[in-house]
Every structure is written in C-alpha cells, then in structure tokens.
Design a protein around this ligand. Sequence first.
Ligand code: CUA
Length: 155
Amino acid sequence: MHIHRYERLWIWIGVATLGVFFVLLAYLGVSAGLAPPGHNWPIDPTKVYSTPPFDHPGLRRRADGSYDAYYVAQVFSWNPSTITIPVGAKVTFYVTSADVVHGFSIPDKDVNLEIMPGWVNSATHTFRTPGTFLIVCNQYCGIGHQGMFGKIIVK
Ligand code: CUA
C-alpha cells in the first residue's frame, strides 16, 4: 500500500504530539504530585469519620471571630447539611470525601472545590449579605447527584 509523503508526515506529527502530551501528563501527574487543584493535604479516606476534625463535622468559631467549617461529602449529602452564620462572617471551608469524587460549589460565590477521596480541600469566603445560599455538588457522583445540596443561612 502506498502512503503519500505528506500523509506519512502528518501521521508522525500526530504521533509526536501524543508523545509530548504523554510525557507532560506523566511529569505533572507523578513528579509534580497527583492532587486536585487548591490548598489541600492528604487524609485516609477509609478513616474520615475517625480522623479529627472530621470525626465531628460542623462549624467552629475561632478566637478572632472568624469560622472554620468542616464538611464531609458522601453520596448524596453534605455533613453538616446546614450551617447558620451571622452577616459578615468569614468562613474557611475544609472539605473531604468519605467515598467518591464530589464538587463543593456555592453558586455566585468564589467557592468551587474539587473533593477527591484521600484529600482535604479548602477555601475561604466572607458572607457580606444575608440570605440562604446553596452548596451544590458539581461533580457527577451517582444516581442521587442532583439532590446533593446543603444550605448556608446568613442572618
Ligand atoms: Cu456529590 Cu455529585
């Protein structure tokens, strides 16, 4: 079978491009560490509910008046499901998963975290206006994914 010179050239360009992508993927995945984007640290996903502070998920008030909120994601809910905070509260969310990959997102706020089992991810947000804000899961995690939401009540 005859393959035209240009055809052969383009096949090799395609193969070389795939090779470059593979090397980059291997470098970023292994050398640079395979982790979700964000500030995060590892946790044993099989021991989430016995690892402090996730053995008692929920809201904690710091001495400076800001808050830490510890969340565990599992199909198909957030633990805690609802938190209530005062207007102006600065909250740092720490979120991990007890099972599969989830997404912790507060629509219209700058909080959008990928929650991978084995990792704790975090983000900080100050709630300046009163209202009820949803936490939605934005990673498909199974049959009940669309019902996986929580509430933040700011008043
Ligand atoms: Cu959790 Cu989708």
